[in-house]
Ligand binder design. Structure first.
Ligand code: 5GP
Length: 118
């Protein structure tokens, strides 16, 4: 099933594009969680890591390198996150890599949402 990212790839919905090549597209997240928050997506429609493959991931890795170099994040540092499935809170079922940067990012803390005392 097509997602909102397919509409962005097809130009039916606008995006703030940072990078594009034959296989991938990168654009600013609509709800940034850091001063710089970019989404890198493959143009092929795959919902997650498990239905992806090494070639698709390599294409995205290449785009991540291009984007982070373009924005200077290769020098300052950045974080890459891919949410897979329900427990990760994946909202859009089209494989994507979040690039977060532009500030000192906090440590990754696990919060157990099954417990109500934290
Ligand atoms: P997920 O939770 O699936 O890993 O992340 C989906 C991301 O897509 C979210 O960070 C959300 O803000 C972003 N997003 C959802 N719809 C749009 C949109 O129409 N345009 C852009 N630029 N980002 C979107």
């Amino acid at each position: 099933m097509s997602t909102i990212f397919k509409k962005i790839i097809d130009g039916e919905i606008p995006c703030n594009k940072v990078y594009e090549d034959e296989k991938t597209l990168a654009f600013h997240d609509i709800d940034p969680q850091a001063p710089i928050h970019i989404l890198v997506i493959p143009k092929v429609e795959v919902p997650n890591i498990y239905e992806s493959n090494g070639e698709i991931v390599a294409d995205c890795l290449n785009a991540i390198q291009k984007v982070t170099e373009k924005l200077g994040l290769n020098k300052s540092g950045f974080r890459i996150i891919t949410n897979n499935g329900v427990d990760a809170g994946q909202e859009v079922e089209h494989l994507h890599f979040h690039i977060l940067g532009g500030t000192k990012l906090g440590h990754i803390h696990h919060k157990d949402t099954t417990k109500d005392n934290i």
